[in-house]
Design a binder for this molecule. Structure first.
Ligand code: AMP
Length: 213
């Protein structure tokens, strides 16, 4: 299957993409994770991306499009993928469309996860991520002791862009630059909307139902 997971910051794309990737046996490709790995490795790309990410702005289209194009060429993406956080602008969606047309690839579904803004703000300010295994937790839901990952014991940290003022900027960017992408896929009859509120396993069930042909 080839799936694009779409939605505002904090809607749960990363959490659900990890589960679906495991269940469906397809690779999870997250533009944000690739950029954070570049930052952690101190590459030129990472340094450039960090200045945008820390302000809650989008990394320029040409940079992100290049990264995703390269990632999609890797062998593990040949059997299907779940794209998370890309495309985030109309030029990105159009570029992806071109790449797919050229290689005869068809996207099965674009799933848009929907959650109210107030809930998103609360989720994002209490989000913590494991530096070792990448698992995502929520301080108001999960039992977290000593800032240690309950899965692997790694160190939990708060993403630099999960501070309140940056989150508010990310919401603005979502409305102005990312939301139009929804209509792009609605016009192609690929879009399905899924309620992202509730327990993680309930949302996964809804996503699985939405992904059935
Ligand atoms: P995420 O982990 O998806 O929330 O992304 C974190 C940050 O990475 C975003 O706020 C952007 O600064 C940057 N980013 C991730 N994906 C993209 C993209 N497709 N286009 C531009 N910037 C991106």
């Amino acid at each position: 299957m080839r799936i694009i997971l779409f939605g505002p910051p904090g809607v749960g794309k990363g959490t659900q993409a990890k589960i679906l990737s495991r269940e469906l046996g397809i690779v999870h490709i997250a533009s944000g994770d690739i950029l954070r790995a570049a930052i952690a490795n101190g590459t030129g790309l990472g340094k450039k991306a960090k200045t945008f990410m820390d302000r809650g702005e989008l990394v320029p289209d040409d940079v992100v499009i290049g990264i995703i194009q390269e990632r999609l060429k890797e062998a593990d993406a040949g059997d299907g993928f779940i794209l998370d956080g890309f495309p985030r602008t109309l030029p990105q969606a159009e570029a992806l469309d071109k790449v797919f047309k050229k290689s005869g690839i068809k996207v099965d579904k674009v799933v848009s996860m929907e959650v109210d803004r107030d809930i998103l703000l609360k989720r994002l300010t209490s989000r913590r991520v494991c530096r070792s295994c990448g698992a995502i937790f929520n301080l108001s839901v999960d039992k977290i002791e000593d800032s240690k990952c309950p899965k692997c014991g790694g160190e939990l940290y708060q993403r630099d862009d999960d501070r309140e003022e940056t989150i508010l900027r990310r919401f603005e960017v979502y409305i102005n630059q990312t939301k139009p992408v929804k209509n792009f896929y609605a016009l192609k009859k690929l879009l399905v909307e899924v309620d992202g509120i509730g327990e993680i396993r309930d949302v996964t069930k809804r996503l699985n139902a939405a992904l059935r042909p």
